[in-house]
Design a protein around this ligand. Structure first.
Ligand SMILES: [Zn+2]
Length: 139
């Protein structure tokens, strides 16, 4: 594990409200108005890459990422789920889990591409999602 830099925004928000959390990671909304179900799964400790984690930690991280995907599919019924782990701007391990719809602002391009249209408004019920995620995780 690398030392947490003082200016890391994901370290600074470790205790901020989350949709779901355990001792090792948290699930938060990305806060993107075009993508109300766009979530991030963030490892709590400041780690750069998946291969910096112990195998059991990696397994736990991926299990939660996939559970988030499952719960998003069950609650929003998107056309597609995009999973991404970039970290070029914030090198603190996190995954983006993005439900995509044919009428969203960028489809079929990545959400980081040039905007194609105004997104159709959608609502994301965080409470319903949390209940579904908890069931998927068996927690
Ligand atoms: Zn950090």
């Amino acid at each position: 594990m690398t030392a947490a830099p003082a200016d890391c925004p994901l370290c600074a928000t470790q205790e901020a409200p989350a949709i779901w959390r355990d001792a090792r990671l948290r699930v938060v909304t990305a806060g993107d108005p075009d993508y109300p179900g766009y979530l991030r799964v963030i490892w709590q400790a400041h780690v750069r890459e998946m291969t910096d984690l112990e195998p059991a930690q990696r397994e736990h991280f991926l299990l939660v990422v996939l559970a988030v995907e499952r719960a998003l599919r069950d609650t929003l019924r998107p056309e597609k789920i995009n999973l991404a782990s970039l970290g070029n701007q914030v090198a603190h391990l996190h995954w983006h889990v993005i439900p995509r719809f044919a009428d969203d602002a960028h489809f079929p391009d990545p959400v980081w591409a040039a905007r194609r249209r105004d997104a159709t408004a959608r609502t994301f019920d965080a409470g319903q999602f949390r209940a579904r995620l908890t069931r998927v995780l068996g927690a």
